[in-house]
Design a protein around this ligand. Structure first.
Ligand code: PLP
Length: 373
């Protein structure tokens, strides 16, 4: 099997989606599956839908186009404010987009009219993350303009938290978002279909004691894919954190002087003969590097430590017995590592079957697991 590769357990992604959909459903919140970290991989998106996600969302039109090319007909929302230059592509591939700029909304409207369709607009409100978003005091005015514009229809409002500033939303921010939805309806009349509360960082709030008010959607990527809550990094109860595994191949093993032979170059040090406690260090070199993933986002195998990485090599310290050249080492990834690895051209994405329906898991049987004990 080719290396490096990412093994994806679709069953775990489906079950993670089911778990979170099951918890949010009774609170009146539907789940939109966010596919940007997996570059719009169609089978992974399908696992989210199979698990009960009501729709999909991505930040990049190229990922949406990949989903459409695979035959995906479910609604897809573009959750990054569209590039003005891409208005036609967006109207062609997405039912709805998140917006913050009237100039862009006008371009989308014109593109929709050219295509004979109506494009949905969700207005993003700035609620403290200080990334993309319309200031709350400007929302009513912009909502009114969108209402009156042919070619687009106002679908709802949404907010985003914790992306730029890393802070989870508070209950009072969430109730301010609900109040804003009511105010906009007071001015514009029609019912806002979508009041989108945010991303995986909203889960502690959404599953907490207080009422979730008018929030009826969360856009979830990390929680579904990695089973963790992004602000704390903690596992979400009952969710799989190992749906993705990065597998890399050993290309050199052995001992090297540890950690750096500085003494050879520095006469004072040479005289002092400072020798690290371990003296030598048993190491593995793997054929994967900074070009493939965010190395600092990999969790090292048990009893192994990260020594360093270059663009194409990963060096880890590991106790004896050393595995052979050609064996494989398996890593779990955090969100950053996953995002980069999924986009890396040299990494194969290997889909594993769903254990309950295909218990043989033939694809995994052939993998030579490396036991680092
Ligand atoms: C990336 C993103 C999400 C999903 O975030 P996760 O932390 O992966 O759940 C939701 N909304 C917007 C606007 C995003 O950019």
């Amino acid at each position: 099997m080719s290396c490096p590769r990412i093994e994806v357990d679709l069953g775990k992604i489906r079950r993670n989606t089911q778990t979170i959909v099951g918890r949010l459903g009774p609170r009146g919140i539907g789940v939109t599956g966010v596919t940007k970290a997996v570059c719009g991989h169609p089978a992974i998106a399908q696992a989210m839908l199979d698990g009960g996600a009501v729709g999909l969302a991505d930040a990049r039109i190229s990922n949406v186009q990949r989903l459409r090319a695979a035959g995906m007909t479910d609604p897809i929302t573009l959750i990054r404010t569209p590039m003005l230059s891409q208005a036609d592509h967006i109207v062609r591939s997405c039912e709805t987009s998140y917006n913050t700029e009237m100039l862009v909304i006008s371009a989308l409207a014109a593109a929709a009219i050219r295509k004979g369709t109506v494009h949905g607009i969700v207005l993003m409100v700035e609620m403290g993350d200080l990334r993309d978003g319309i200031l709350p005091e400007n929302m009513e005015g912009i909502a009114q303009q969108v209402m009156q514009m042919p070619g687009v229809s106002l679908k709802g409002i949404g907010a985003n938290f914790a992306c730029l500033n890393g802070r989870a939303p508070t209950a009072s921010q969430m109730s301010a978002l609900c109040d804003l939805a009511n105010e906009i309806e007071g001015v514009c009349g029609p019912f806002l279909n979508v009041v989108s509360g945010g991303n995986s960082a909203n889960l502690p709030w959404a599953l907490g004691r207080q009422s979730t008010g008018r929030i009826n959607e969360l856009r979830l990527g990390e929680a579904i894919l990695l089973g963790v809550e992004p602000v704390t990094g903690d596992q979400i109860d009952g969710m799989h954190t190992d749906a993705f595994t990065l597998v890399a191949e050993v290309i050199e093993t052995g001992e090297k002087p540890a950690p750096f032979p500085i003494a050879l170059f520095d006469p004072t040090l040479a005289k002092l003969r400072i020798v690290p406690i371990s003296g030598v260090c048993t190491r593995l070199i793997l054929a994967i590097g900074h070009q493939d993933t965010d190395i600092s986002g990999l969790s090292m195998p048990v009893r192994s430590t990260l020594i360093g990485a270059t663009s194409d090599h990963l060096v880890i310290g590991t106790p004896r017995p050393l595995p052979m050249v050609g064996s494989e080492v398996r890593f779990q990834m955090n969100y950053n590592a996953l995002m980069h690895a999924m986009a890396a051209p040299d990494i194969e994405v290997k889909l594993l079957g769903d254990p309950p329906t295909r218990p043989s898991r033939q694809t995994q049987g052939k993998v030579e697991h490396l036991a680092l004990v």
